[in-house]
Design a binder for this molecule. Structure first.
Ligand SMILES: Cc1ncc(C[n+]2csc(CCOP(=O)(O)OP(=O)(O)O)c2C)c(N)n1
Length: 629
């Protein structure tokens, strides 16, 4: 019987021989490659930590001990080893399958949920401090990627370790990659740790320990050889981590299970916070992932032999590509225009700017807060920065948008990709809250285009506008609308009437304009005497109050449609405007309910599950109409 099938809980791993552990690693790799090739997913990061995760479960005892994985996109092996190697794993990231990240609702082995980078060390420190307060003896292990180490929150946690606990194990999974190549001084420093010739006392204590465990002498000889070859082991005093009172050991080979187990055993006995620096290879064991680590960080379904996508390429360009190319066009004509990404050049398509105008391009690492204040600084000196950040990741920089950009009325443009659903990733990645958290800040201008031509116009308009402007647009292929040669300026706060009608007014934002057309057709067919108007709102702020308050007195009711949470969203803004104008026109709001929306196979499936399919929208509006007749 295959070894993996027999693993029902981490306890089963403890029984295996070193040879079996090695064989288990092979089976896990096969399982992950198979499932991600079908469903898509974070293949590269997971293939890099197969041996490391096996070793962690061999040495520690979850759920008594706690593992906190940063981002937790590399948690598939952990799932397989903690009782989740079942049919729901086959459906990983799909409807009714397991979530692609750690999730406290899914298993007691998932000590802390994540999806956004940089939280693992703080969370682990909290778990460790809670343990200390209770007088507990269990272990807390934080697994950080080399890029997550660069996050501001991680550095804040590092600064706090020594005052929060005496026992914490940090495993630094260093594969030299974020999604794209890791950038910045910390990446350089880690590289320096790996390659410099500062030789230490060979961590005498580690040596002594290794000599005392079975097979340790052999491993020590091996590591001494590696030491000669790669100038392994760094003097503890030389390590930056030691300055944070975090004992440093490493770097060690992250694909040697036996060696990892011994080092982890050493960490387990440490009476001071300790960091084990582990070197891994992203995508190990899968040729196509090794060849293209960026593409296979997170992939859509692919052919295992060639790496080619399984799904046919969309005929229409993606929203983010249209944004990326429009920005290049604008930046060519004005050298003050600069593009800023927080470690997502390919995800945001800022890679076009990087290629064509590298001097006008900045990748600041996974540092959204810094990206926003950095942009504010540039704007204060007359530049026109454009921050391309996913809607859900900008949540992190709320105060910077408030305090550094809007309060000082600085001319920063924000292009919020993934505004709407990110179906396979789920709750951590859906961009459903940006209108609500931006609308309350004075001076914000928030827009969303109905198609890609309007996106180009809005990018141009936002850059031209002298103040904080936000353009939100969804993930994936756009509508296929032809693009004008030159983007046009849209008057700020001006909506577009797409269809005249009086009785029911559909106010739709962005991608929901297409739904408004379907709804109008159905309503007019169902109620032949009814006239239905469609407005492409274009702006969630400032709303076109003049148009709204002119239409409202003549309408039986107004329907708002948005790909955003209802709480505080576009529909709420419409109601506020009507109330402020003392207009009693009823409003039916279509949008996402006040819940964290789970992951699912497709956008359509999730919309059906939450009564947002075209049919469900029609029945709701039709039922409301019946009450008003
Ligand atoms: C706040 C935030 N910004 C951006 C991302 C997108 N993101 C997901 S994984 C990742 C790179 C992580 O690199 P690293 O920590 O080195 O882990 P690895 O993937 O190499 O295992 C990025 C930028 C995110 N999840 N959260």
């Amino acid at each position: 019987m295959p070894l993996l099938e027999a693993i029902k809980s981490p306890t089963d791993i403890k029984e295996l021989t070193p040879e079996q552990l090695q064989a288990l690693a092979g089976e896990i790799r096969e399982r992950i490659i198979r499932v991600t090739s079908e469903n898509g997913g974070h293949i590269g990061p997971n293939l890099g930590v197969v041996e490391l995760t096996i070793a962690l479960h061999r040495i520690f005892d979850t759920p008594r001990d706690s593992f906190v994985f940063d981002v937790s996109h590399q948690g598939y092996i952990h799932k397989l080893l903690t009782g989740r190697n079942d049919a729901r794993f086959d459906k990983l990231r799909q409807t009714s399958g397991y979530c692609g990240f750690f999730n406290r609702d899914e298993s007691p082995h998932d000590a802390f949920g994540a999806g956004h980078a940089g939280t693992a060390l703080s969370a682990a420190l909290g778990l460790a401090a809670a343990r200390d307060l209770r007088g507990g003896s269990e272990h807390v292990v934080a697994l950080l990627g080399d890029a997550s180490l660069t996050c501001g929150i991680t550095l804040e946690a590092l600064n706090n370790i020594s005052s929060s606990t005496k026992r914490l194990i940090v495993v630094l999974n260093d594969n030299e990659w974020a999604i794209d190549k890791n950038v910045g001084a910390i990446a350089d420093y880690l590289n320096h740790l790996i390659t410099t010739s500062i030789y230490n006392r060979a961590n005498q204590e580690v040596e002594q320990f290794l000599r005392s465990v079975p097979g340790g002498g052999r491993l020590l000889a091996l590591s001494s050889r590696v030491k000669r070859d790669t100038k392994d082991f760094i003097t503890p005093q030389a390590s930056l981590f030691e300055k944070f009172k975090l004992r440093y050991i490493g770097p060690v080979d992250g694909h040697n299970i036996e060696q990892l187990c011994n080092y982890l055993e050493f960490c387990k006995r440490s009476t001071v916070p300790i960091l084990l620096h582990v070197r891994t290879i992203k995508g190990k064991g899968c040729d196509v992932a090794l060849r293209d680590p960026e593409k296979f960080h997170g992939s859509s379904p692919f052919q295992i032999s060639t790496g080619a996508p399984k799904t046919a390429a969309a005929i229409t360009p993606t929203w983010q590509d249209v944004f990326g190319k429009t920005l290049v066009k604008c930046a060519h004509s004005d050298p003050r225009i600069l593009g800023i990404t927080a470690a997502m050049p390919s995800g945001t398509s800022l890679s076009f700017l990087k290629q064509e105008l590298p001097k006008q391009y900045f990748d600041v690492g996974i540092a959204e807060e810094h990206a926003v204040v950095f942009a504010a600084g540039l704007a204060a000196k007359g530049y026109k920065p454009v921050c391309a950040i996913y809607s859900s990741f900008l949540q992190r920089a709320f105060d910077m948008v408030f305090h550094d950009v809007c309060l000082q009325n600085l001319d920063v443009t924000f292009c919020l990709d993934r505004a709407g659903l990110s179906p396979n990733d789920g709750a951590t990645h859906h961009g459903l809250f940006d209108i609500a958290y931006l609308r309350c800040i004075p001076r914000t201008v928030i827009m969303q285009p109905k198609d890609e031509d309007e996106l180009a116009d809005m990018v141009h308009t936002a850059i031209d506008y002298n103040g904080p402007a936000f353009v939100r647009y969804p993930r994936g292929p756009a509508c296929g609308a032809p693009l004008k040669d030159t983007p046009a300026l849209i008057p700020i706060g001006r909506a577009e009437v797409l269809k005249r009608g009086k009785d029911v007014q559909l106010w739709a934002l962005g991608s929901m304009v297409a739904d408004a057309h379907i709804l109008a057709q159905r309503l007019e067919k169902e109620y032949p005497k009814l006239t239905v108007g469609i407005v492409n709102a274009r702006f969630a702020k400032p709303l076109d109050a003049a148009l709204l308050t002119t239409q409202a007195p003549h309408a039986r009711f107004i329907v708002t449609l948005e790909d955003h949470a209802l709480s505080g969203g576009f529909g709420s803004a419409i109601i506020e405007t009507l109330q402020d104008a003392h207009l009693p026109t009823p409003v039916e709001r279509i949008g996402w309910p006040d819940k964290f929306i789970e992951h699912g196979t497709t956008q359509e499936q999730l919309r059906s599950a939450h009564a947002l399919s075209p049919e469900a929208i029609h029945s709701r509006v039709s039922a409301r109409l019946a009450t008003l007749s």
